[in-house]
Unconditional design. Structure first.
Length: 393
């Protein structure tokens, strides 16, 4: 299996044991528990040991799939010194191992593949993003084993809750404490949720099922696309790299009706300046970015991109949020990271459990990108203290 040993966690051992007796493995977990990485690692081992075995790895959208589980897959094979560029069909996203076993990667927005051919093993990443019908279509075309992983931010009525009660399902829970390879600062970030928002701590710290409390935005729904009639369009851009993603959102503003339309362009870690330039090059809209990295802004401008750093007077964060709360927010159905963030973007709580006027600094990369546009294009020209009249209240 290669010259380099790849370290595993107890998620790997749980899979090894459960695969002998169960046809469905439900891996529930909090943030950074290592569940996805270890599932992919276990699947690679499984297919290396079994010739001509097929495995489908699925997520709700293709950009999310490429930016997460496909990246993990390639990283694992590189670490094992097994990656071969010629074995990867980039068009169909199929990787063939030397023993003729193969992995295919696709999203559920591909109807043809969703209802396509059978496979031996199925892995659904972030399964809570799927509908029951999508899960059912995938599972019924799986002959040996189905694995799903997810963060449990849903009610008892969700199809995953019901699946976990089935006698054919092996259901287990992991948290960041099950991942011995986490950096201390990541552990501290997760444990800080205890004092910031109790529901986020329950879900992402303890890995337990809960609904999110204290949502900043409830004024949103889903649409298929941004209507052509919405002509005021901008791109919000939030910079990230290793632990935080770079996020770009196309924002359509209809100031006459008080509506805003959001469409995710990209949301990924480890994007270098050239990656950002390549991803943004097809667009001609003005880009409103964060202002904390003037060198990055200069490099994007030198590449011919129209970039305006957001202004940040005192009170601008709260002003931008408040303005967004006055708008009707419409998010395109394919914008899964934007949807995931808005479902988890919450107010901090004090020691007594009351909510304070400060958002938790988590699930905020796409939200920040949108806020930059809203603030700059509706309030940014104001100078000095921001009043309720400025906010349209």
């Amino acid at each position: 299996m290669g010259k380099v040993r790849v370290q595993t966690t107890n998620v790997f051992q749980r899979l090894e044991e459960a695969s002998r007796d169960f046809s469905v493995i439900s891996a529930q977990g909090g943030s950074r528990s290592g569940k996805t990485y270890n599932i992919v690692l276990w699947l690679v081992q499984r297919l290396l040991l079994n010739q001509e075995t097929s495995c489908s790895i699925v997520r709700a959208t293709l950009p999310a799939l490429k930016g997460s589980v496909l990246r993990d897959f390639k990283d694992i094979l590189l670490r094992m010194e097994l990656w071969d560029d010629s074995a990867f069909n980039k068009s169909d996203l199929i990787y063939t191992l030397p023993n003729k076993s193969w992995f295919e990667f696709f999203s559920t927005d591909s109807e043809e593949k969703l209802r396509g051919r059978k496979r031996d093993i199925l892995f659904v990443n972030e399964a809570n993003e799927l509908t029951f019908i999508e899960w059912q279509q995938l599972q019924m075309r799986t002959t040996q084993l189905a694995i799903l992983d997810y963060n449990p931010s849903f009610t008892d009525e969700h199809w995953i809750s019901k699946l976990n009660k089935d006698e054919k399902t092996f259901h287990f829970i992991t948290t960041y404490k099950d991942n011995p390879f986490l950096e201390q600062r990541i552990i501290e970030q997760i444990e800080a949720l205890k004092d910031k928002n109790r529901s986020l701590w329950t879900i992402y710290g303890q890995g337990q099922q809960s609904m999110v409390d204290g949502l900043v935005f409830t004024n949103w729904d889903l649409v298929e696309q941004i209507p052509p009639s919405v002509r005021k369009r901008y791109i919000g851009l939030d910079f990230g790299f290793s632990n935080h993603p770079s996020a770009a959102v196309l924002v359509g503003l209809d100031t006459d009706t008080g509506e805003i339309y959001l469409h995710e362009l990209f949301y990924a870690t480890h994007m270098l300046t050239d990656d950002l330039i390549d991803a943004l090059a097809p667009y001609r809209e003005e880009i409103v970015s964060e202002s904390a990295d003037p060198r990055m802004i200069a490099e994007l401008r030198n590449a011919g991109l129209w970039v305006t750093p957001v202004s940040k007077p005192a009170g601008s964060v709260q002003a931008g949020i408040t303005k967004m709360q006055t708008l009707d927010i419409h998010i395109t159905q394919s914008s899964h990271n934007v949807i995931r963030e808005i479902k988890n973007y919450v107010w901090e709580q004090n020691k007594d459990g009351g909510f304070v006027n400060q958002p938790v600094k988590d699930f905020d990369h796409a939200m920040d990108a949108v806020r930059y546009v809203v603030y700059e294009k509706t309030l940014g020209r104001n100078v000095g203290p921001i009043s309720k009249d400025d906010l349209g209240l």
